[in-house]
Design a protein around this ligand. Structure first.
Ligand SMILES: O=C(O)CCC(=O)C(=O)O
Ligand SMILES: [Fe+2]
Length: 260
């Protein structure tokens, strides 16, 4: 199996991104993607932010913003798109006067990926990007996969060939909070079987050990393939805080589509 490719924002290449799609890299790691001053100022606000609310399907996961994966009916779909623009601004404001890391990521992908990168739009409506996720002490982000298709409008085909995920880490606990990667892509049917009766994720004892365990530092960026099984170990002390982004891939000569 492939290992983790470490690089810098300046050196990140089209081929690094393609390498994750094609399984040549398990992940791409950019240490120190966020400047220390920006990180410290955001962290001071985020640790006790009044806007952090429980994720619709799993209240133990807090977040600022509203995720596409929370769409379950027409009302939540409407809410997602109506709030998209305001939520982008809300996260941007949290980092002011520094550039928000999600904005920098959008520019970096535009500069790096040959055909560029745009916000995902569905039926002419734009997506939100840059969700801030909190994983509090002792909360286990069980092994799972992510797929845009689970939440699309009925009968709508986004036509993705692959999906990538970029996480930017804002706060990392001393104890725990490691990202675990299995490097296997089960596909929807097998995944549903592995899930069994659970509403979300796979019991750890139903799969073997991960092939790679990585503990990012605050300020780092990791690009991975979320259709492969992945998980995050519970934190033993402070909340683990990240900015989460998904990238839709349609082929090497097509722009990436971005959403959260
Ligand atoms: O927070 C992480 O390290 C991984 C989050 C995750 O589940 C994903 O990127 O799809
Ligand atoms: Fe995930």
């Amino acid at each position: 199996m492939t290992a983790i490719r470490q690089t810098t924002a300046r050196e990140l290449s089209h081929d690094d991104i393609l390498g994750v799609v094609e399984g040549r890299h398990l992940a791409v790691h950019i240490p120190g993607f966020v400047h220390k001053e920006s990180l410290a100022s955001a962290r001071a606000q985020l640790l006790d932010h009044p806007d952090r609310g429980g994720l619709s399907q799993a209240e133990e996961f807090k977040r600022i913003g509203f995720a596409y994966s929370e769409i379950s009916d027409e009302a939540s779909r409407e809410r997602y798109h109506t709030e998209a623009r305001g939520n982008i601004h809300r996260l941007r404001d949290l980092f002011a006067p520094y550039a928000s890391p999600s904005d920098v990521l959008r520019l970096l992908l535009e500069e790096t990926w040959q055909p560029g990168a745009n916000l995902l739009h569905i039926d002419g409506r734009k997506a939100f990007i840059g969700i801030c996720r909190y994983q509090d002490r002792d909360v286990d982000l069980n092994p799972h996969t992510d797929a845009l298709e689970r939440n699309l409008p009925p009968g709508y085909s986004a036509g993705l060939t692959a999906q990538l995920s970029v996480n930017i880490y804002l706060n990392i606990p001393e104890q725990g909070g490691e990202l675990e990667l299995w490097g296997t892509e089960p596909g929807e049917e097998v995944y549903d079987g592995l899930k069994g009766d659970r509403t979300w994720g796979i019991d750890r004892d139903r799969i073997g050990p991960p092939v790679e365990v990585i503990k990012p530092s605050a300020g780092d960026l990791l690009l991975l393939n979320p259709r492969q099984i992945h998980a995050v170990r519970p934190s033993g002390d402070e909340p683990r805080i990240t900015l989460g982004h998904f990238l839709g891939y349609y082929g090497p000569d097509r722009p990436l589509a971005l959403w959260s």
